[in-house]
Design a binder for this molecule. Structure first.
Ligand code: NAI
Length: 248
């Protein structure tokens, strides 16, 4: 039997990159997938069609994940459409890099709101449903820089460290009621987000990675599948680095 048969997953930031790969992997393993996009465009339609072709139910939901009220309404809608929610992947994220002394207030606020507050918004809305089901898996897409920090990314690193601490805290609060929470900390993954980096930076990163390559969205989706599935039934409050050994 597939690993996620009968489960319902919410995946944010699913229009492209890691979120898209996770949504598809979950569908391949039998989950119904409610995925969240920033705007209703052809990418959302394409993903909906690809997931439907895998024989599971799916629907796209448009929201700014940083908006508390919008997320509350969205989660109510998912519950009414799919009857339950078993898996939440807080994946939507942005970067607005800059050295600390030059970082503006809006660079800080935007990154904290989209990356970290969004995770609070979704956990807050989904938790009562998972707790009453006495089952659920929450996965925060953090980053290795949330563990180790990174010059030029104080806002992003802080947001990812916050996502890790959020997962550990709710793992402690919800564990007794069967709800698990973990974080994934990807290293350098080849997506649109990292395509923005200059070639020299990308090459230097790859040279410093023990496995000598950037990661793929599939590398991350595999770990997201494990954490969502009952194979990880005794795993909670953990941070799993998916980074080719980049940061040990
Ligand atoms: P991406 O930029 O390709 O995708 C991010 C998604 O988030 C996009 O679909 C975007 O529309 C969505 N999003 C952004 N702001 C939003 C908002 N306000 N409301 C709703 N949706 C919003 O990024 P990628 O590379 O797929 O990354 C996914 C996650 O993994 C992010 O949280 C990122 O920080 C994290 N990550 C990525 C790494 C990488 O090397 N690519 C490394 C470590 C972590």
């Amino acid at each position: 039997m597939a690993l996620l048969t009968g489960k319902v997953a919410i995946v944010t930031g699913a229009a492209r990159g890691i979120g898209r790969a996770v949504a598809l992997r979950y569908a391949e393993e039998g989950a119904d997938v409610a995925f969240v996009v920033q705007k209703a465009d052809e990418r959302a339609v394409a993903l909906e069609n690809e997931i439907k072709a895998l024989g599971v139910r799916t629907k796209s939901y448009v929201a700014n994940v940083a908006d508390f009220e919008a997320v509350k309404l969205l989660v109510e809608q998912v519950k009414s459409d799919f009857s339950r929610i078993d898996i939440l992947v807080n994946n939507a994220g942005i970067t607005k890099d800059g050295l600390m002394l030059r970082m503006t207030e809006s660079q800080w606020d935007d990154v904290i709101n989209v990356n970290l507050k969004s995770a609070f918004n979704f956990v807050h809305a989904v938790a009562p449903i998972m707790l009453s089901q006495r089952a659920g898996s929450i996965i925060n897409m953090a980053s290795v820089v949330g563990v180790h920090g990174n010059a030029g990314q104080a806002n992003y690193s802080a947001s990812k460290a916050g996502m890790i601490a959020l997962a550990k805290s709710v793992a402690q609060e919800f564990g007794a009621r069967g709800v698990r929470a973990n974080a994934i900390a990807p290293g350098f993954i080849e997506t649109d987000m990292t395509a923005k980096l200059p070639d020299a930076v990308r090459e230097e990163w790859c040279r410093s990675i023990p496995l000598r390559r950037g990661g793929t969205t599939s590398d991350v989706a595999s770990v997201a599948l494990f954490l969502a599935s009952d194979m990880a039934a005794y795993v909670t409050g953990q941070v799993i680095q998916v980074d080719g050994g980049m940061a040990m």
